[in-house]
Design a protein around this ligand. Structure first.
Ligand SMILES: [Fe+2]
Length: 353
């Protein structure tokens, strides 16, 4: 691949259009995405359920498919034209990543299937079905595809995907060269010989639509999380409260990343078995900056200092279902000690009111 190839690829992808997650507990996952997040179901087909957020532009942004193990089923990127689709398919074929053309899916026309260097399943698409709300869901805001739901948090739209990779640089450069991704920020392990351990990339003005983290387990093709956009950091606090109330495991946050300055809340999706579900983050995107400042930047990657994990990304469920590093147990609220004779608990101040 040459610099010319990279320049030719620029502006040929528009955005991430949809993603598919596998779930071993369809009922639990549907509860999470529809009741807690407030996404709306648009279709069911061959055992899969199709969902969208209220500002998502297309037929669906999330497809849930029942499988024995959780994982990533697919990531769909929409091109900027039918011609761009053909050109990017040829580039992926030349890079040895192409898997061939498919007939598409509900709301999705012909696609070109491919995989990342690590084997993450993906596809390119141009022909998609734009969502038209029925009368009862039509928003009075003309730029909004459907009414904001009364139920759930709810997120506005699909935002980004975070993938684990055995070699961040290989993955990053192939996405730059074949699909025109721009790298907005990256993290380099200065103490480890300059190895890239994280890259945040997009094909448009977003700070990132895809993040790639080094998988220290040596596994390939794992998903870390899929993220939805709420738009207001306060919503993450509300979301955290609801997750506590309804038994959804919070892995980290609400807080703000130093990288991307995105407000985030990481939770483990799934009600029946919280440790096995794929992850769904909720970070509004933040300003983008280039460059890596060494490992410390990841270790101190919080703009606000919550006492959560200091290790950055811990690894998620494999697409083949093998577990990653186990997440922290659910945060438990310790019962308050009853105020003593002097009205004080251990080492604390008297509770007021
Ligand atoms: Fe994220």
């Amino acid at each position: 691949m040459s610099a010319r190839d990279t320049a030719d690829a620029r502006f040929e992808l528009a955005h991430m259009a949809h993603a598919e997650l596998y779930t071993p507990d369809m009922e639990g996952s549907l509860w999470f995405f529809t009741q807690l997040l407030g996404m709306r179901e648009t279709a069911r087909h061959q055992g899969s359920v199709y969902l969208r957020c209220y500002e998502d532009p297309y037929h669906h942004s999330l497809k849930l498919t029942e499988r024995d193990q959780p994982g990533l089923g697919n990531v769909g990127w929409r091109t900027t034209s039918a011609e761009a689709l053909e050109r990017r398919a040829a580039a992926l074929d030349a890079a040895g990543l192409g898997l061939g053309w498919t007939k598409g899916d509900l709301g999705v026309g012909r696609t070109f299937a491919f995989q990342s260097p690590d084997g993450h399943p993906m596809e390119l698409v141009w022909d998609v079905e734009r969502y038209t709300a029925p009368d009862e869901l039509r928003s009075r805001i003309l730029t909004r595809r459907s009414k904001r739901p009364l139920q759930g948090l709810p997120p506005r739209r699909l935002d980004h995907i975070n993938l684990m990779a055995s070699d961040v640089t290989v993955q990053k450069e192939l996405f730059e060269q074949t699909l025109g991704f721009g790298t907005r920020e990256r993290v380099v392990d200065g103490a480890g010989g300059g190895t890239e351990i994280g890259a945040w990339m997009s094909v448009n003005v977003l700070g990132h639509e895809m993040a790639i983290m080094r998988d220290q387990t040596g596994s390939k093709g794992r998903l870390h999380h899929l993220a939805f956009w709420y738009g207001v950091p306060q919503h993450n606090t509300d979301a955290a409260e609801l997750c506590r109330e309804y038994g959804i495991q919070i892995e980290a946050g609400p807080d703000v990343h130093g990288i991307t300055q995105g407000a985030f809340l990481y939770v483990l999706e799934g009600r029946a078995d919280l440790r096995r579900g794929p992850r769904a983050g909720a970070p509004p995107r933040g300003a983008a900056r280039r460059g890596g400042r060494g490992r410390d930047r990841l270790r101190r990657g919080r703009a606000r200092g919550s006492p959560g994990r200091a290790r950055g990304h811990p690894g998620g469920p494999c697409r083949d279902g093998a577990p990653g590093r186990e997440a922290r147990p659910p945060h438990r609220v310790r019962p308050r000690r009853r105020a003593g004779r002097r009205g004080r608990g251990r080492g604390g101040r008297a509770r007021r009111g």
